[in-house]
Design a protein around this ligand. Structure first.
Ligand SMILES: NC(=O)c1ccc[n+]([C@@H]2O[C@H](COP(=O)([O-])OP(=O)(O)OC[C@H]3O[C@@H](n4cnc5c(N)ncnc54)[C@H](O)[C@@H]3O)[C@@H](O)[C@H]2O)c1
Length: 469
């Protein structure tokens, strides 16, 4: 199989954009074209002042170096498909909202329409790579669609190459991945296609970090990795509830158990709950897969990870209400952070959305500040979370501010919902001076120095700590 010289990526989102921008940077001899149906998104990727559609530390530098050289962003999908030797399919695979499997199964309509488009317009052989996270055996459906709709003499090899980057650290994850996983059919053609993709990564990833496996193992490994990661968060959050009830400290517990080399220290930070576009969706997908395979005990086991996450969010809201003398009606709550984690502007499944929704239902007045999330996004998320409440009513109760200080002014309570570094460095004395008293801080991210804040005069409640002084 000849070496790949032209790559196309269908889907210019949080995965397709950074992943293929890094491929372009690291492989100057390969022409990379990232395409999308969304003209606004492509315009933003092409914007002269690099106002890119997603925020990711280091991303601008990568795009600045490669764009116009061997990296292109376009809505001309057909042309990019025709030109490419290798096509990444990196479209969204959200949870289905209706029909069979609603609430659990992955909605594969975008994967299917991208696949049909490839079949329709391709005039030469292609390697088609599943980059999207998909249920086990999706590659088989893709192959069936491609073979049934393609022109004669057009051959397609399908690979699975799930993406393990984490938002917020996407560029360093891509530069230095723990591993790259490539799944293929174990036929001579499948292995040749897998080698062609491996050769692209070999431009910067050590060969022992590129794992080649069977297609179905590759697809399942991505769901399994996210399920195990989310399970760790729900496990530590479940323990945080016990800490609060007993007077133990979740930081100390995490530290102690993390010293066990079989457990390890990472991903043991208690919080108000996990968010993001992937963890919940991928676990629900695994639950659905397990139920479809008549494995109800397996399905229930994984579903509990999501149930625990919901419980953690509700538990946090209840703590806020209980602590503020059992009512927050008419009180001002300052919510610091709206993104699902620090260093991203992504709000998909952000715990902050649930918290704000709960506070609004308790008839509180909510101020919100996030350093990266656009105002329109916050309004859109709240409207989606409360479809039966008119936007004008939401806007009467919510005020979006341009700084943390402004957010906290005249508030009764500050709720830390995202672990942005700048919240640790706020001038808390100034915040305290501007707040109504008693002034409360609820730290949902184990971010602040609680003792210091108590010294200033705050009443501080931290997730996973029994003591409330
Ligand atoms: N976001 C993450 O951190 C992450 C990490 C690993 C894997 N994933 C997986 O990667 C996939 C993509 O995720 P994302 O966060 O980049 O999604 P996204 O919603 O940010 O981007 C997907 C893009 O695909 C485009 N698209 C959809 N159908 C198309 C079509 N037929 N033709 C052209 N463009 C089309 C959309 O317009 C959108 O811009 C998902 O399956 C996700 O589960 C995401």
């Amino acid at each position: 199989m000849p070496a790949v010289s032209k790559v196309c990526c269908i889907g210019a989102g949080y995965v397709g954009g950074p992943t293929c921008a890094v491929i372009a940077l690291k492989c100057p001899h390969v022409q990379v074209t990232i395409v999308d149906l969304n003209q606004d998104r492509i315009d933003a990727w092409n914007s002269p002042d690099y106002k890119l559609p997603i925020y990711e530390p280091g991303l601008k530098d990568v795009v600045r170096q490669a764009r116009g050289r061997n990296l292109f962003f376009s809505t001309n999908i057909d042309q990019a498909i025709q030109d490419a030797d290798l096509i990444f399919v990196s479209v969204n695979t959200p949870t289905k909202k209706s029909g069979v499997g609603a609430g659990f199964a992955a909605d594969l309509k975008y994967v299917e329409s991208a696949t049909r488009r490839i079949a329709k317009v391709a005039t030469s052989n292609k390697i088609v790579v599943e980059k999207s996270t998909v249920p086990c055996r999706t590659a088989e459906s893709m192959r069936t669609i491609l073979e049934a709709n393609s022109r004669p003499n057009c051959r397609f090899d399908i690979l699975s190459n799930p993406e393990f980057l984490a938002e917020g650290t996407a560029i360093s994850d891509l530069f230095n991945p723990d591993r790259v996983l490539i799944g293929s059919l174990q036929t001579p053609d499948g292995i040749a296609a897998s080698n062609a993709l491996r050769d692209i990564y070999a431009n910067w990833v050590p060969t022992d970090r590129v794992l080649t496996v069977g297609l179905w193992s590759s697809e399942l490994s991505k769901l399994a990795a996210n399920a195990m990661l989310a399970q760790r968060i729900s496990s530590i959050n479940a323990l945080s509830a016990i800490c609060e009830a007993t007077g133990a400290n979740i930081d100390e517990v995490a530290h102690a158990i993390g010293y066990d080399s079989r457990i390890g220290p990472k991903f043991l930070r208690a919080s108000v709950g996990f968010g993001g576009s992937c963890f919940q969706k991928d676990i629900l997908n695994l639950v659905y897969l397990s139920r479809s395979l008549h494995l109800p005990e397996v399905a229930d086991y994984w579903e509990q990870v999501v149930i625990m996450n919901e419980y953690q969010k509700r538990r946090f809201t209840k703590t806020v209400v209980d602590t503020l003398f059992n009512t927050i009606t008419g009180k001002h709550i300052a919510v610091l952070g709206f993104a699902f984690k620090a260093d991203t502007g992504d709000t998909r499944e952000s715990p902050a959305i649930t918290l704000v929704k709960d506070f609004l239902q308790e008839k509180a007045l909510v101020n919100i500040y996030d350093p990266q999330v656009e105002r329109e996004q916050i309004w859109a998320d709240l409207a989606e979370a409360m479809p039966s409440v008119p936007s004008s009513d939401i806007q009467k109760q919510v005020h979006i501010t341009s700084s943390a200080l402004e957010c906290c002014r005249n508030a009764e309570a500050v709720v830390i919902a995202t672990e942005w570094r700048e919240f640790r460095e706020i001038d808390w004395e100034l915040v305290y001076a501007g707040m109504n008293k008693p002034a409360f801080v609820f730290d949902g991210r184990l971010l602040v120095d609680a003792q210091k804040l108590r010294g200033i005069g705050f009443q501080v409640t931290v997730i996973g700590r029994g003591e409330r002084l």
